[in-house]
Design a protein around this ligand. Structure first.
Ligand SMILES: [Fe+2]
Length: 710
């Protein structure tokens, strides 16, 4: 829940299947039903996070760059701490050698620790009270090399108590990579901490094992339910070893903020810990601070959205602007991360803080050139349209569009669903009276106007972002189904589970690993291409059926709209609107005889968001030939009549009358005919006429006629 919850939201009942509706499919899939009607008590393995006398809750945090990590851990007594690290290949049978490097840690006594001896389900946790005496330690690993495996452990600098060893592998420090974004693990929020931890561990293991290019894990906030509950932090950090092998870029949520454990567990780079970035300015009791890092050309800025009132938002905006001004030129993408989803699709849609931030955050972020905003808090999934200054940047962007270009000032805001299965919020009905009404493109009026996709199925998901120079490919992926380690479902916290119809139906049950939503966010306006074809490469002058030329527009985003201008050399032949990706025109029937270099130029009706203008790369040749003529000759009464016809023409020109190869007369054809005296001697004469042709008409020869003069 938001600390600043405002108006009550109306819950939207999504399409959730009753057991009977999915039973057949579930049986086919070999699955069993869970949920209210068939709740199954979880039997997950309890988390091992109780003191062993050595370091616990080790987290390998993100560093300032891809060549750095910052490890954080707890230790039971106040003794000097360090981290030992060595290239794995140089170790001897997995044992550190003299080639290891030792990094001195910073230590501090834990403050504001929770002395509770129970978890959120009031289960007795022996030993947890002792952790109030722990210290927290941090060590920065710098100058890592690319494509190298490292093994490290942490603990007492005198070597008396080391942790287990963990190995991680760096990749290339430039080029393409994937990062994964996880929403609200919020371990403990189901009331069953071990089960939440098991679901969280399963998501982490599944995501990192199935996404081999994933290098960085980004948090949407709310790591735990209770800010200082060490049992929950243990289940968060220690349920798997993934968070000890991949850099975890933590984000502070409202459940993390009310104590110091978050800061003690998550040392972050380039942090600015000033009162404006702490709720109420209270740096003593709360965790907080904003920070940034650069990872392989992506500038990540992570702000504490729990600090809201009394000028904090303005301070956040100034911080983001300052970081972008300083480092934005070095980044190919700028990603902003914070906890409170301002375009919430669910429980927090109409929170007052969101209403305010929908106004002031969006205007600022549009100005700054932010590309992508990653958010949590809502335990449901959403992907916004490209939003500029609080409004849809491109009115033509369609729901769930697979290709998106943010354009100048457009920003995509995403909300991640629960990555642990500990808690889900159902989608809510848009409320225009709260300034956050329905999308007119949704005929059911169920989706909020800013969001292109909203989804809630009560299954664990994570977001994969594949980074290239040209585009971000963003994909929300199911990490569980209704039957696997899904504590909110297992314990009846939600009454059903399954695929909703937001925005399109898919098979139910959906497979683990299947996609909820996927889109490409393009860095630059995608180009269009224009190609030209003709119904015929040749036509005759004056033809009744001249050739049709068609320009086809490909590429860009969506269905291209605009106008094509056809030219013959530099002369405009005509223009035509683009319909269904193509524009056609019929060539003039009087197109001059000869060869014509015909080109087509496309001017996009939406040059900002759908694609560039384009023209044919190479002119197409259309050849116009003379129209055919037909000549005939008759002879009667000492006169020869020559008739010349050409469809569509009134023929004027010269014809010659021959006897064999001997020319007998030259006559002038007018309106297609001429009759001329032609005295012939007695005998038989074989006559034919030849029409000489004109600039428009081809020459033609008549059939030979036999004339007998007695
Ligand atoms: Fe939250």
């Amino acid at each position: 829940m938001s600390l600043l919850s405002g108006a009550t939201t109306r819950r939207r009942t999504t399409t959730l299947r009753v057991c009977g509706a999915v039973l057949g499919a579930a049986l086919i899939a070999g699955a069993s039903m869970v949920g209210t009607n068939a709740a199954t008590a979880a039997t997950n393995t309890p988390t091992t996070n109780i003191s062993t006398g050595g370091p616990i809750h080790i987290l390998l945090g993100v560093g300032a760059t891809e060549s750095q990590r910052i490890a954080s851990w707890y230790f039971p007594t106040n003794v000097a701490q360090s981290l030992e690290i060595q290239k794995t290949a140089s170790m001897t049978d997995g044992v550190f050698t003299d080639a290891k490097q030792t990094v001195a840690a910073s230590e501090a006594a834990n403050t504001a620790a929770d002395s509770s001896a129970t978890d959120s389900n009031t289960k007795s946790i022996p030993g947890i009270a002792a952790e109030s005496g722990y210290i927290n330690a941090h060590a920065t690993i710098s100058a890592l090399e690319p494509n190298t495996s490292y093994t490290y452990h942490v603990g007492a600098a005198d070597g008396s108590a080391w942790s287990a060893s963990y190995t991680f592998t760096t990749k290339s420090f430039s080029g393409d990579f994937d990062f994964l974004f996880f929403g609200d693990p919020q371990i403990g929020s189901s009331g069953f901490t071990d089960d939440d931890g098991a679901g969280w561990a399963d998501t982490l293991k599944y995501a990192t094992s199935t996404e081999p290019d994933a290098e960085l894990l980004v948090s949407g906030g709310d790591q735990v339910e209770h800010a200082n509950n060490e049992y929950e932090w243990g289940a968060f950090a220690d349920s798997s070893d993934v968070l000890k092998r991949y850099p975890w870029a933590s984000t502070i949520g409202n459940h993390d903020v009310g104590g110091k454990a978050y800061e003690q567990h998550n040392q972050v780079p380039n942090s600015l810990k000033v009162p404006d970035f702490y709720p109420g300015g209270n740096t003593t009791a709360n965790s907080g601070g904003d920070y940034w890092y650069m990872y392989k050309g992506v500038l990540f800025i992570d702000i504490n959205s729990n600090a809201y009132a009394a000028g904090s938002d303005a301070a956040h905006v100034n911080y983001v602007r300052d970081v972008i001004n300083r480092y934005g030129d070095d980044a190919k993408w700028t990603t902003l991360v914070y906890h409170h989803s301002i375009y919430s699709p669910a429980d927090h849609a109409n929170d007052r803080d969101n209403q305010q931030r929908r106004f002031d955050f969006t205007r600022s972020f549009s100005d700054m050139g932010v590309d992508l905003v990653l958010q949590g808090h809502d335990h449901s999934y959403s992907r916004s349209y490209a939003i500029k200054n609080g409004k849809k940047a491109n009115v033509n962007e369609q729901p769930a569009a697979p290709e998106v270009f943010s354009g100048p000032g457009g920003v995509i805001y995403m909300t991640a669903n629960s990555a642990s299965g500990s808690k889900y919020y159902d989608l809510t009905t848009p409320d225009a009276t709260q300034g956050y009404g329905a999308d007119p493109l949704d005929p059911k009026g169920e989706r909020h106007f800013a969001n292109s996709v909203e989804n809630q199925e009560h299954v664990r998901t994570f977001v994969k972002v594949s980074v290239t120079d040209d585009k971000l490919t963003v994909q929300d992926i199911r990490a569980s189904d209704c039957t696997t380690l899904n504590s909110a479902v297992q314990h009846g916290k939600v009454d059903s589970c399954g695929v909703t119809l937001q925005p399109t139906a898919t098979a139910d049950p959906a497979a683990i690993g299947s996609t909820v939503d996927k889109f490409n966010l393009h860095a630059t306006l995608p180009t269009t291409t224009t190609t030209l074809t003709a119904s015929a490469a040749e036509q005759t002058y004056g033809t009744a059926k001249p050739a049709t030329v068609t320009a086809t527009i490909a590429g860009g985003i969506g269905t291209q709209q605009g106008t094509v201008t056809f030219k013959d050399g530099s002369k405009v032949l005509g223009t035509a609107p683009v319909k269904d990706g193509a524009a056609s025109m019929t060539l003039p029937k009087t197109l001059a005889i000869g060869k014509h270099a015909v080109t087509a130029s496309f001017v996009n009706a939406d040059p900002v968001y759908s694609g560039t203008n384009s023209k044919t790369a190479k002119a197409m040749t259309v050849t116009v030939e003379k129209a055919p003529s037909r000549t005939a000759i008759k002879y009667s009464g000492g006169k020869a009549t020559v008739q010349v016809k050409a469809t569509g023409f009134s023929v004027d020109g010269t014809a010659r009358i021959y006897q064999g190869s001997k020319r007998l007369a030259t006559v002038t054809v007018e309106n297609g005919v001429v009759t001329s005296k032609l005295p012939l001697k007695k005998g038989t004469h074989n006559l034919h006429a030849v029409f000489a042709g004109t600039s428009e008409l081809s020459t033609s020869t008549s059939p030979t006629i036999k004339v007998v003069i007695k």
